[in-house]
Design a protein around this ligand. Sequence first.
Ligand code: ADP
Ligand code: MG
Length: 222
Amino acid sequence: MIHIENLTFGYGAGGFRLNIPAFTLAQSERLAVVGPSGSGKTTLLNLIAGILTPDSGQITVADTQVSNLGETDRRKFRASQIGFVFQDFALLDYLNARQNILYPYRITSALKLDEAARDRAQSLAQACGIGDKLDRHPTALSQGEQQRVAICRALVTQPKLILSDEATGNLDPDSKARILDLLFEQAAAAGAPVLAVTHDHELLPRFERVLDFAQFREGGQP
Ligand code: ADP
Ligand code: MG
């Protein structure tokens, strides 16, 4: 599903560098990524989603060579194929929760905002416990509620791949477990793999594979 070969990326001269000789994520696989803060986990997710472009190497996601797409195609690809829960949520303050959840439908005409999409937004929100807060703007929501809006936005499009960047970080233990249930349930329904960066070590047994990210630092052992 995801295939990476000889990937290098750096934030400008002297900046942080990432070097991933090879990485594969299988269809329907549930992979947890752990590693110290600053080891490049978010950078990798941004490269896979086509938000950043590699300096060299290939990234293939579901038969699309992301690293070769132009800016517009990358945005379309991301909005229609990838559910991305951002570490900082990336909600838009001028939109209410419902509009934030349905935001991918504004980005690309590849997605059609129909009744079914609106129903999915409502039932995902219900499942996350924010069903009664959809008219509120992010500034009137707690951190945990904002995080759930971000999770609903990532799932509403029934993505082919789910990328999650510490999606359960601001939640209590019960909510963490429930949100992970929801992520896995949606992923299973769509046959989508899940790549989840997490610091919640108690959640790791629920994943099929755990990858320690420290090894990918430039100069580290492949
Ligand atoms: P993690 O998610 O594992 O905590 P990140 O991928 O966010 O790590 O960051 C990896 C490294 O890259 C850090 O040292 C961080 O300071 C640096 N970095 C992140 N974003 C940028 C950026 N936009 N410009 C320059 N350096 C960055
Ligand atoms: Mg990060």
